[in-house]
Each structure stands twice: as C-alpha cells, then as structure tokens.
Ligand binder design. Sequence first.
Ligand code: HEM
Length: 164
Amino acid sequence: MAATPSPRAYSKVQIGLHWLIALLIGLNYIFSESIEEAFRAVMSGAPVPEGAPGLHAPIGIAVLVLTLIRLVVRRVQGVPPPLVSDKPLMDKLGQWAHSALYGLAILVPLLGMMAWGGGIGIAGGAHGLAVNLLVAIAFVHAAAAIFHQYVLRDGMLNRITRGN
Ligand code: HEM
C-alpha cells in the first residue's frame, strides 16, 4: 500500500469536514430532547409524540458518514506534522484526543442507531455516556487550540481555519 503523504497544511476539504462535523455534533447535542422523549415512549410502549424525533437521527448518520469520509481523505491526502511544543506529554495528549474524537464520532452514532433502530435500552444509555465524553474531549480540544493560538502564539487555529 502506498505511504500516506505528509502535506504542509490541512486541505480545504479537511477543514470543511472538520467544521461541518463539529457543527452537526453541536446541533445534535443541543437538540436532543425530542429523540429522548421519543425513545422513552418507544421503550415504555407509549405512542411516539407527533413530529418526534425530528432530525436527530439523520444528523447523527451524517456525522458517521462524514467522519468515515474524513478518515479516507486523511489517509489519501495525509495531514501536516503535529506542532511540537516543549511539553511532549501535552503534545501526545493532543494526538490521543484527536484519535478519541474520531473514534467517538463513529461510536456515538452507531450506539444511537442500535438504540433507536433495535430498541436496545442499554445502547441508549451508552450513547448518552459516549456523547458526553465526546463533547467533554471536544471542549478541552477547542480550549487547547485557543490556548495555542493566543497564549503560545504558534498559529494552531490557523491550521484548521485558513489552512496554513
Ligand atoms: C470550536 C471547536 C473546535 C476547535 C476550535 C477546534 C480546533 C482544531 C484545531 C486547531 C485543529 C488542528 C490541530 C493541529 O493542527 O494540530 C483541530 C483538529 C482536529 N479536530 Fe478540532 N476543533 C473544534 C471542534 C472539534 C470537534 C467537535 C471535533 C469532533 C469530531 C474535532 C475533531 C478534530 C480532529 C479529529 C482533529 C485532528 C485532525 C487530524 O489531524 O486528523 N474538533 N481542531
């Protein structure tokens, strides 16, 4: 198999996918009430409320598909080498956070599909836990990016906005 290239910057496609996925995750996190209500109704045998569960499931599936596409693009185009600071442990944690975000952006929709499609209550519980972990890691990840940009002044945020 050909080696993954090592470009100088994230491509426009990678940047677009990063922000689109972040937006969709944010939307589904904020607007989850209707699916929670609908799932409670399904599990208790009650009728599903009118209009529920809205766009939660299609948005979740979009996150899954876009994340898989993003991983393929990453494999084909490669990513720029990580920024190196004088704190190797912090750099490592940053890279683990990226891996965890990819993994959770796949796991969370899969658990949601198992819960909603298969009526599996425990998958619904795991979906809720996993999404909270995803959002917590994304929050720390975003805070770290802002710290890099404005305190360390190493231009990290520019890498995923302007692509340089
Ligand atoms: C406001 C929120 C966010 C900010 C400010 C932000 C910022 C950044 C920055 C600056 C990078 C580039 C890091 C580098 O060049 O070393 C990056 C990469 C990344 N971000 Fe975010 N991000 C945000 C939200 C998210 C969310 C919600 C996810 C969830 C999927 C996510 C997943 C990733 C991943 C997986 C990478 C690594 C890309 C790669 O190298 O393959 N980000 N982000």
